[in-house]
Write a protein that binds this ligand. Structure first.
Ligand code: THU
Length: 135
């Protein structure tokens, strides 16, 4: 995996706005155009409307015209000390699927390094997605 991707995820995590949970998350996407898009979680006093890091990174990618997640690196944990793996939440698994291809790699990092790389279908088996709805 491109080390720039991990660095971008770490930098995004450093800017997480996680004042309520203290759980800082960063995500970085390598898109089909070769560019890297990153995002962090952005919480809100009205708790349910906070954004996950993956959603922020996907929004940046889509805004720039890219449409395919080749790789995504995710790192996070309490107060930025990601000792355990931060697995993407259910909603973010669905968000990643929207822009995934068969070869998409989802890299989960802890502070100690790479925890594991997953395929989208491992994280979201028997999924409902674009194949079911798009023409
Ligand atoms: N969070 C993410 O950013 N991504 C995930 O996939 C899991 C959870 C954030 C949301 C919230 O700001 C904090 O972590 C605690 O749930």
């Amino acid at each position: 995996m491109n080390s720039e991707l991990l660095e971008a995820a770490k930098q995004a995590m450093a800017n997480a706005y996680a004042r309520y949970s203290g759980f800082h998350v960063g995500a970085a996407i390598l898109a089909e155009n070769g560019k890297i898009y990153s995002g962090c979680n952005v919480e809100n006093a009205a708790y349910p409307i906070g954004n996950c890091a993956e959603a922020s990174a996907i929004a940046a990618m889509v805004r720039d015209g890219a449409r395919e997640i080749r790789e995504i690196a995710i790192i996070g944990g309490k107060q930025g000390r990601a000792s355990a793996a931060c697995m993407p939440c259910g909603g973010c698994r669905q968000r990643i699927l929207e822009f995934a291809v068969d070869s998409t790699q989802i890299h989960i990092f802890t502070a100690a390094g790479l925890h594991r790389t997953y395929a989208c279908k491992e994280l979201l088996p028997d999924s409902f997605g674009p194949k079911d709805v798009a023409g």
